[in-house]
Design a protein around this ligand. Structure first.
Ligand SMILES: [Zn+2]
Length: 277
């Protein structure tokens, strides 16, 4: 499988074939390179909630906005809580959480819209960014899936929400973005017990015991999310997964690798205004 995330700039990757197939669509994931933040947030931190200087975070967001072509003042963001609540974004929401965290969607880990000129954004440091597109229905969406959101089935939840609006899972495409890889991601049996609700009798399993460490497992959040999306009805051939690991690669912030004190990358998807689709 070819890697869906292709570097467009030092500061971000884009889902290249979506970009090419759908005029005006921008979807991608930022790096930590090319920003104003200092110390553990050096340099392109996009998270307001990690106690970085808000003026630096705003400058970083404005920089990404100008590179991507949708200004940060038109972005939508969320106070992410590792839950599965999601919000349908309309024109009147434009700007909520873009430059001021206080205006973000509260307690929300998934966003979707049919509107143009708005960038849907969520923040990451190892958790899995999920991206959704129905070309036919002109709808885009994104969800934040750490282990908690993943086992809560946030990916399936988004599919269900779209189905309520008459969108068929077979018309949906999903991309699983850069996130911590199985080798870097060790969890205990408490997590695996919750993973098993999605994996009964399935093989190969998305986790394996950690050698010489009883009760510890290496979990592939990417494979688990893929299983969940397939169970929700998205055809396997419509799902692709990035091999880029946020912990293996020093161009990303990593919550695990950096021992919790680190910045956040931005996962984003939006339609640019004034481009016909
Ligand atoms: Zn890794």
């Amino acid at each position: 499988m070819t890697e869906p995330f292709v570097s467009a700039h030092d500061s971000f990757y884009i889902i290249k074939d979506w970009h090419e197939a759908v005029p005006g669509l921008v979807a991608g994931f930022s790096t930590k390179i090319g920003g104003e933040s200092t110390g553990e947030f050096a340099s392109l931190n996009t998270g307001f909630h990690v106690n970085d200087r808000p003026e630096d975070v705003r400058a970083n967001r404005e920089r990404i906005g100008s590179l991507v072509g949708i200004p940060a003042g038109s972005w939508v963001g969320a106070c992410q809580t590792h839950g599965k609540r999601m919000a349908q974004v309309t024109k009147t929401d434009s700007g909520k959480g873009g430059l001021y965290y206080e205006s973000s969607f509260p307690d929300t880990d998934g966003l979707y819209t049919n509107e143009k000129g708005i960038l849907l954004t969520l923040c990451y440091a190892d958790c899995v960014p999920l991206y959704f597109l129905s070309k036919k229905d002109k709808r885009i969406g994104t969800a934040h899936a750490g282990w908690k959101g993943t086992v809560l089935g946030i990916g399936a939840r988004l599919v269900e929400e779209w189905e309520k609006d008459g969108i068929k899972p077979e018309d949906m495409e999903a991309v699983i973005g850069p996130s911590i890889c199985q080798k870097c991601y060790k969890v205990d049996s408490r997590v695996i017990d919750r993973v098993r609700q999605w994996t009964d009798d399935r093989s190969p399993l998305p986790f394996a015991p950690a050698e010489g460490e009883p009760g510890q497992f290496h979990l592939s959040l990417q494979e688990l999310n893929e299983l969940i999306l397939i169970q929700a009805g998205i055809p396997r051939e419509n799902i692709r997964s990035s091999k880029r690991c946020t912990s293996c690669n020093s161009e990303f912030f990593s919550h695990r690798r950096d021992n919790g004190k680190t910045g956040r990358m931005l996962g984003f998807i939006g339609w640019k205004e004034g481009v016909s689709t």
